[in-house]
Design a protein around this ligand. Structure first.
Ligand code: TXA
Ligand code: MG
Length: 306
């Protein structure tokens, strides 16, 4: 499928999956409620879980928010286009289908030429990750096809660069708070803004601040757990993802502290674990001081089901 065809489908109220730098998104016109309802339906997504609006240029933000705080300007100037989503107070006309009835809206500009070209043609697009709810986010076109078959078309942009979803930061209240950790970390944001930014705990008790946090996510069918301290990889029906240890067994993948690579591959490994019928995915606990620690740990904890 070409970008022109994808744009045409969206303009006519359809949905199309497209690549971003984080994961593939399932796009629909942000101003078309019935198109957006198709996304909720096909994903099996809970109606109270709002969507991110994807823009292609900064000035489009004014169509969704009237009051843009200083912190937002700073983050936008530094990180857009890029894997950072801002939650801001919305304009009244922003559709409830987008925000799930909240008075805020989530926005980002993806750093991907196909996504930007598509949005330039269609206008702003809502796009959740293009997976069935509860499944790992798609980092390849084949993941989208495996979840949805013919039910949606996919623009193929090969493997996504980052592999984990964007950082989501809420700037709608006085104190900024990170609702979902990602590639752009708390330290980096705190330094830029000159304040110590908080991060929502990975397992909040149903916080209304981040509706997405309360649903189980990112999980393969195989059980996911941490590698124990003195455990050595042996069971062939288990897939081992190792950060620091080395093993030449075929069911072990050694990352040698390269957490960028683990982030890029994590969801693909989860999906392969199911295809190859592994019973468990066993992950070695991660290096805490790494900038990607919070994001990766958050996704793995979710897959474990904590
Ligand atoms: O990297 C990404 O962000 C990918 C790509 C496709 O852009 N998109 C993505 O969308 O991960 P989704 O729908 O899978 O996750 C969006 C997250 C959810 O946790 C949702 O609850 C949260 O953003 N969110 C959206 N709007 C919100 C709002 N107004 N207030 C608080 N959280 C919001
Ligand atoms: Mg998602």
């Amino acid at each position: 499928m070409t970008i022109e065809q994808a744009a045409e489908i969206i303009k006519q109220g359809g949905i199309v999956a497209f690549p971003t730098e984080t994961v593939y998104g399932l796009g629909a016109d942000a101003w078309n409620s019935s198109a957006i309802s198709k996304i909720y339906k096909i994903k099996g997504r809970a109606a109270d879980n709002p969507l991110i609006v994807h823009l292609h240029e900064k000035k489009q933000i004014h169509g969704f928010c009237s009051n843009i705080p200083e912190h937002a300007h700073r983050l936008i100037d530094t990180f857009w286009p890029g894997p950072l989503t801002l939650v801001l107070k919305k304009r009244p006309e922003v559709l409830d289908a987008v925000t799930a009835g909240l008075d805020t809206v989530a926005l980002r500009i993806p750093d991907h030429s196909i996504a930007l070209d598509l949005i330039r043609r269609t206008g702003p697009l809502v796009a959740p990750s293009a997976n069935r709810s509860g499944k790992p986010s798609p980092t390849k076109a084949e993941h989208v096809i495996s979840d949805f078959g013919n039910a949606c078309q996919v623009l193929d942009g090969n493997t996504t660069k980052i592999g984990l979803e964007s950082t989501v930061i809420d700037l709608s209240e006085k104190e900024p708070i990170i609702l979902r950790p990602g590639m752009i970390g708390r330290e980096e944001i705190s330094t830029l803004l000159g304040v110590s930014v908080k991060e929502l705990s990975p397992n909040p008790i149903h916080s209304p601040k981040s509706p997405g946090q309360k649903y189980s996510h990112y999980a393969p069918d195989a059980r996911v757990r941490w590698l124990l301290k003195n455990e050595s990889p042996n069971d062939d029906s288990f897939l081992y993802l190792l950060q620091s240890r080395h093993s030449s067994k075929p069911n072990t993948i050694c990352y040698n502290f390269d957490l960028e690579q683990l982030a890029k591959e994590l969801y693909d490994r989860f999906r392969h674990a199911d295809i190859q019928k592994y019973k468990e995915v066993v992950v070695e606990p991660l290096e805490e001081h790494h900038p990607l620690y919070a994001a990766l740990n958050n996704r793995i904890l979710k897959a474990i089901g904590n």
